[in-house]
Design a protein around this ligand. Structure first.
Ligand code: PLP
Length: 377
C-alpha cells in the first residue's frame, strides 16, 4: 500500500509533470514573472470555468478576502457577520480593517453558517455577511441571499474550500460557488482543491464597477500608472503560479470527482457505526467538493482516536480545535457561550480524514478499518 498522506501533492504532480514543466519553462523563457501572459491566460480560463465576469488574481486567499471587503467601501465600526466555525483568516481581515466581526453559530449537519442565527445578529450597523463554504460544501445561499436582500447587505463568499462546487437554486438554476454573492474570495494554497505550488488567491465578481475598483486596490490604488487614487495594497499572483494553476484548472472537475468517490467510499464503510456521524450532503452531490472529509465522533474519545490513527501512520486533522469566539485575538464582551452551542460541540467531535484526488480504495479501507477498530465495531 502507498504511504497515506493527508494530501498527496507528489502523486498529483507526477501525473501532470510534463505539462507543468512545459508551462513553467514558457514563463522562464519569457521572463515575464509578474503579470505575464500566464496570469492573463489563467484569469480568463477561470472566468470561463466559473461563468463569472471578473476574476482578479492576487497573492493569497487572505488578501482576497481583505481586498473584497476593501472594495465594498465599508467604514470602521461596520458589522460583518460570519461563522464561528471557520479558519481564522475570515475574521482576521474583518478585524484588521477595523470592522466588527459578528460571529454566529453554525448548522450541526452542514457545519455552515446558520441563516436563522444571521437574522438574529443583524443590527442597524450590519453591512455584510461572509458565508464560508466550509470543507467544500456550499452554504445555504438561497436563504442567505434572501436575508441580504431584505436587509440590504453585501454577501462575500469565502470560497477558499469550495472551488468547483455547483449550487442549485430551487427554481433549477445552477451556478458555481464564488458567483452567487456580490463578491467572492478564493485561495490557491497548495492543499486547496485548486492549489498552486506556492501562494495564490483570487477575487471574483459579476459587477464591472466593483471589478475595476478592485483591480486598482490590488495594485497600490493605481488606475493610471503612478497616480494613486485610493489606498491600496500590493497583492499579485506571480506568473509561475498562474502557469501551474492554468494546467491544474483543466483537471479541477476530475480532482473533485475523485474526492467525491473517496468520500462515498468512506461513508459506505463508516455510516452505520453508532459513534460516527458521516458528512451530511445538504443539496446534491455537486454542491460538495470535499475539501475535507470531516466526521463527528459522538459519545466516544475523539482525541484517543487521533492518537490511535497516528500510531498506525494514518494522518488526520482537527479542523478546527478552537471556536473563533474563544480565540484570544477576537475576544468580545458581547459573545456569550450559549450562543455558540453547536460550534462548542463540534470542536470536540470533528476529525478530518485523509482526502485528496489520489486516495485509493485500499488506503480508504485501511483507514476505515482502523477507525472502526478503535471505536469498537
Ligand atoms: C485557506 C483559507 C483561507 C486563506 O487562504 P490563504 O491562501 O492561506 O491566505 C481563507 N478562508 C478559508 C476558509 C480557508 O480555508
Amino acid at each position: 500500500m502507498k504511504e497515506i498522506r493527508m494530501v498527496d501533492l507528489k502523486g498529483q504532480y507526477e501525473f501532470i509533470q510534463p505539462e507543468v514543466t512545459e508551462e513553467i519553462n514558457k514563463v522562464l523563457e519569457t521572463t515575464s514573472f509578474i503579470n505575464g501572459p500566464a496570469v492573463k491566460a489563467f484569469q480568463s480560463d477561470l472566468e470561463r470555468y466559473l461563468d463569472v465576469a471578473h476574476v482578479i488574481p492576487c497573492a493569497n486567499g487572505t488578501d482576497a478576502l481583505q481586498i473584497a471587503l476593501m472594495g465594498l467601501g465599508l467604514q470602521p465600526g461596520d458589522e460583518v457577520i460570519t461563522a464561528d466555525f471557520t479558519f481564522a483568516a475570515t475574521v482576521e481581515v474583518i478585524a484588521l480593517l477595523r470592522l466588527k466581526p459578528v460571529l454566529v453559530d453554525v448548522d450541526p449537519k452542514t457545519f455552515n453558517i446558520d441563516p436563522k442565527k444571521i437574522e438574529e445578529a443583524i443590527t442597524p450597523k450590519t453591512k455584510a455577511i461572509i458565508p464560508v463554504h466550509l470543507f467544500g460544501q456550499v452554504a445555504d445561499m438561497e436563504s442567505i441571499l434572501a436575508i441580504a436582500e431584505k436587509h440590504q447587505l453585501y454577501v462575500i463568499e469565502d470560497n477558499a474550500q469550495g472551488i468547483g462546487a455547483t449550487y442549485s437554486f430551487k427554481d433549477g438554476r445552477k451556478a458555481k460557488t464564488g458567483t452567487l454573492g456580490h463578491v467572492a474570495a478564493t485561495s490557491f494554497f497548495p492543499s486547496k482543491n485548486l492549489g498552486a505550488y506556492g501562494d495564490g488567491g483570487a477575487i471574483f465578481t459579476q459587477d464591472d464597477d466593483l471589478a475595476h475598483y478592485i483591480r486598482g486596490i490590488v495594485n497600490h490604488g493605481m488606475y493610471k500608472r503612478y497616480y494613486h487614487d485610493v489606498v491600496g495594497v500590493n497583492s499579485r499572483l506571480d506568473s509561475m503560479q498562474a502557469a501551474v494553476l492554468k494546467v491544474k484548472l483543466n483537471y479541477l472537475d476530475f480532482y473533485n470527482e475523485r474526492r467525491k468517490e473517496a468520500a462515498l467510499r468512506y461513508t459506505a464503510l463508516l455510516k452505520d457505526h453508532p459513534n460516527i456521524i458521516t458528512p451530511y450532503n445538504a443539496w446534491d452531490c455537486d454542491a460538495h467538493v470535499y475539501h475535507q472529509y470531516t466526521l463527528r465522533i459522538v459519545n466516544h474519545d475523539r482525541d484517543g482516536l487521533v492518537q490511535y490513527l497516528n500510531e498506525h501512520n494514518i494522518p488526520c486533522g482537527i479542523y478546527y480545535p478552537v471556536p473563533l469566539h474563544a480565540q484570544k485575538a477576537y475576544q468580545d464582551e458581547r459573545f456569550r457561550e450559549e450562543d455558540f452551542v453547536v460550534t462548542n460541540q463540534l470542536v470536540k467531535e470533528v476529525i478530518s480524514l485523509p482526502m485528496h484526488s489520489e486516495l485509493d480504495q485500499e488506503q480508504i479501507s485501511f483507514i476505515a478499518q482502523h477507525l472502526l477498530e478503535f471505536l469498537g465495531n
